[in-house]
Ligand binder design. Structure first.
Ligand code: HEM
Ligand code: ISQ
Length: 154
């Protein structure tokens, strides 16, 4: 499957608008994930043992933003190189962190759904089937790259 310049543009331009509202966006994204899969909350060490209310947790925004930023970067890489070109050491670290935290395949589907819903609600005037496809493809390819490094290699 070829990732086109149009698809890259759809991802990059919607992210450009959304990032101006990063704090609210990050919280919404997290809440959506936990709405669908409440048990996922205990996977996050900074939420599990925290007395601070979820919406005041300082780590929440930066963590949620890294998913958006990496998916957006993945779109740019797919168009330029035809594949995700995140450094192997980064993929290994992410693979390791997610494996160790107990993240399973179903979680990736939940996070994808929450990501797409969050975007749809953040930029309703831009949203289209094409935009959904572009984000979905960028996310799926990024996840495939992370998962390829998620199994512990003895
Ligand atoms: C940690 C990105 C999918 C749960 C992280 C970190 C990043 C990240 C950048 C921080 C890693 C570090 O500390 O070095 C991503 C991306 C994803 C993805 C780009 C998909 C494209 C998921 C999914 C789940 C998940 C599906 C399951 C709900 C976690 C958890 C941590 C983590 C539990 C560790 C947080 C902690 O306890 O510090 N992720 N993630 N991630 N992610 Fe993800
Ligand atoms: C996955 N990994 C890290 C942070 C996240 C924030 C929100 C939703 C999914 C995430």
């Amino acid at each position: 499957k070829v990732f086109t310049e149009e698809q890259e543009t759809l991802v990059v331009k919607s992210w450009g608008v959304m990032k101006q509202n990063a704090a609210e966006l990050g919280l919404k994204f997290f809440l959506k994930v936990f709405e669908i899969a409440p048990s996922a909350q205990k996977l996050f060490s900074f939420l599990k043992d925290s007395d601070i209310p979820l919406e005041k947790n300082p780590k929440l925004k930066s963590h949620a933003m890294s998913v958006f930023v990496m998916t957006c970067e993945s779109a740019v890489q797919l168009r330029k190189a035809g594949k995700v070109t995140v450094r192997e050491s980064t993929l290994k670290r992410l693979g390791g962190v997610h494996f160790k935290s107990g993240v399973v395949d179903e979680h990736y589907e939940v996070v994808k759904f929450a990501l797409l819903e969050t975007i749809k609600e953040a930029v309703p005037e831009m949203w289209s089937a094409e935009m959904k496809n572009a984000w979905e493809e960028a996310y799926d390819q990024l996840v495939a790259a992370i998962k390829s490094e998620t199994k512990p290699s003895t």
